[in-house]
Design a protein around this ligand. Structure first.
Ligand code: HXC
Length: 257
């Protein structure tokens, strides 16, 4: 597949997508958004890929949706083009996606990063929702996900007062998994993804699905969802192998079945 706004490669069992519109701070135009999700879905369907990383460049992960592309849009056009629905494709990805964030993650860039399963940030990463400064609000899930991840007060401040979080603050508030020096943030994210890709694939998939259920429903329904994912794992060869390997004091050899 040939892309014009992203770069893709595999490193071992990790599928890597690099957002590549540096001239526009990696702002998401329609093409980049489509290409990003096409690439993630292709990796999701590739049995040689176990986990994915999405990154930008050192200065900008992504500065949000492309303002120039939507500045003159009417509500009719925004709705018929499904401008915000397009971002929901991230919810269909079954393998783990890690965002490797350096520099600006603003607007849709921040919203995409927090839609991923985990975030590795460089020390220069900055997270914010500046939509209020251009007369709108977040539309790709920011109000909902930030409120769930950070609580009401801080989410309000970010969305209404354009409060930007530094990498250190994002770590302190639990928005990111780890913060590493800028020279090593991508390698750290890839190593993190490799670790995930080396685990029993179906267990990883069920784990992701179960944790995500916590954001969707009540505790009672969430616990049911967890059980629905837990029991079928006992039909996998990897469960038998994993438990046998523990008892035999050796490393498990997963076959993905
Ligand atoms: C289009 C953008 C852009 C964006 C930057 N650029 N962000 N173009 N859409 N979101 C372009 C600039 O116009 C400029 O192009 C070039 O990238 C470099 O940007 P500068 O502003 O000159 O760089 P700098 O001074 O370093 O400032 C970086 C920045 C700033 C802090 C990231 O660019 C910025 O505030 N960007 C907008 C952030 C934002 O408001 N995001 C929310 C978008 S709405 P030229 O041609 O002049 O060189 C959104 C809603 C999503 O995301 C909802 C779903 C649809």
């Amino acid at each position: 597949m040939t892309y014009t706004t992203i770069l893709t490669e595999t490193r071992g069992k990790v599928g890597l997508v690099t957002l590549n519109r540096p001239q526009a701070m990696n702002a998401f135009n329609s093409t980049m958004l489509t290409e990003l999700f096409d690439a993630l879905e292709a990796f999701d369907n590739d049995e040689n890929v176990g986990a994915m990383v999405v990154t930008g460049n050192e200065k900008a992960f992504a500065a949000g949706a492309d303002i120039k592309e939507m500045a003159e849009a009417s509500p009719f056009e925004m709705i018929t083009q499904g401008r915000v629905e397009k971002w929901d494709r991230i919810r269909g990805i079954k393998k783990v996606v890690i965002a490797a964030v350096s520099g600006w993650a603003l607007g849709g860039g921040c919203e995409f990063a927090i839609s991923c399963d985990m975030i590795v940030a460089s020390e220069s990463a900055k997270f914010g929702q500046p939509e209020i400064t251009i007369g709108v609000i977040p539309g790709a899930g920011g109000t909902q996900r930030l409120a769930r991840l950070l609580g009401k007060q801080l989410a309000m401040e970010m969305v209404i007062n354009n409060r930007t979080l530094t990498a250190a603050e994002a770590l302190q508030f639990g928005l990111v998994n780890r913060v590493v020096p800028i020279t090593g943030y991508l390698d750290a994210a890839i190593a993190f993804a490799e670790e995930i890709a080396s685990r029993a694939p179906m267990a990883v998939r069920m784990a992701k699905d179960s944790v995500n259920a916590a954001f969707e429903t009540t505790l009672t329904e969430g616990l049911k969802a967890e059980k629905r994912n837990f029991y079928p794992l006992f039909s996998t060869e990897d469960q038998k192998e994993g438990m046998k390997a523990f008892i035999e004091k050796r490393k498990a050899n997963w076959n993905g079945k």
